[in-house]
Design a protein around this ligand. Structure first.
Ligand code: HSE
Length: 310
């Protein structure tokens, strides 16, 4: 016996945001994956995967982020029925804007809906983080937390898990530039240092604190000044050709700040929607890459509300 199809949109997210490595995340309005599912008697079946990069997505439910998260949500909800899943990727894997996180969050949220919404939002995040851990080689929830909860999220602690979400300022515009390069989170985490200096710790605490205040107070200038990273982006710059040049282009075309999105290669630029147009920032980065023989997709978007039923 099969149930009715339920469709969920799971949006892109940007993680780290300067000083908040594995801590800060922001839900974006688009792009997004569409995850569909229906109840079946038993077993998890992925019957369809389409969209950019779908060739690289495993159909084996034990290896796929959507199904791993969905199974965890079933387990935590105390249910043992099966689910048939269809995945339409809008966010290609290896992008740095939470492709696996959107799959994981979408899978967890879908199963949560099919189970009759027995879990708390935090438990849905944990189901998705479990899938991230299996597929990306590290327990980090800074993409799945905003993807489930929406807004600007801060993970205070992983053990015990505590996360808060706040609504970012309305005027905060976001440009995503995604050069035609693939960087997996796994490889991008392997280039990171294992220790940080006290000097960099102080620098990160100051910037992270002021970014949070800027998000709460709606102070776009402070947000722009506080997205700073002395440790993680410098270690990853070599993985993304023309990263620094792209950030400079964005800044000279009106961005408040421009930085590496998560583990890369996406380049995220914040701008003030009330005074600037995202198009000029997006065009400047796309032209830089195309002039160097690398294609580049761009999205002009804004902060979003996380997974939703559509
Ligand atoms: N915080 C993670 C990292 C996010 O930077 O590795 C991955 O998108």
């Amino acid at each position: 016996m099969s149930g009715e199809w339920i469709k969920v949109a799971a949006p892109a997210t940007t993680a780290n945001i300067g000083a908040g490595f594995d801590v800060f995340g922001l839900a974006l309005h688009e792009p997004y994956d569409i995850i569909e599912g229906r109840r079946i008697d038993s077993g998890i079946v992925i019957s369809e995967v389409s969209g950019p990069g779908s060739d690289s997505i495993p159909l084996d439910p034990e290896q796929n982020s959507v199904s791993i998260a969905a199974m965890e949500a079933l387990r935590r909800s105390g249910e043992d029925f099966g689910i048939e899943i269809r995945i339409k990727k809008g966010i290609r894997p290896g992008s740095g804007i939470g492709s696996s996180g959107a799959s994981a969050a979408g899978g967890a949220y879908l199963a949560h809906l099919l189970c009759g919404e027995k879990l708390s939002p935090k438990e849905v995040v944990l189901c998705a983080a479990h899938a991230e851990n299996v597929t990306s080689g590290g327990f980090h929830a800074d993409n799945v937390a905003p993807c489930v909860l929406g807004g600007f999220t801060m993970i205070r602690s992983y053990e015990p898990f505590e996360v808060v979400s706040i609504k970012p300022p309305e005027d905060l515009g976001v440009v995503i530039a995604l050069p035609d390069i693939t960087v997996t989170t796994r490889e991008s985490r392997m280039v990171l240092p294992s220790e940080v200096s006290v000097k960099n710790l102080v620098f990160h605490v100051g910037n992270a604190s002021c970014l949070t205040y800027g998000m709460m107070a709606g102070d776009l200038g402070l947000i722009g000044r506080s997205v700073k990273d002395a440790v993680f982006e410098p270690a990853r710059t070599k993985l993304v050709p023309f990263l620094k040049e792209a950030e400079s282009e964005a800044m000279s075309h009106g961005a408040l700040v421009s930085f590496l999105g998560g583990s890369g290669p996406a380049i995220i630029s914040f701008y003030d929607k009330s005074t600037h147009a995202g198009e000029t920032i997006a065009d400047s980065i796309r032209e830089l890459y195309t002039a160097n023989g690398i294609g580049c997709d761009t999205w002009i978007t804004e902060c979003g509300s996380g997974c939703r039923r559509i």
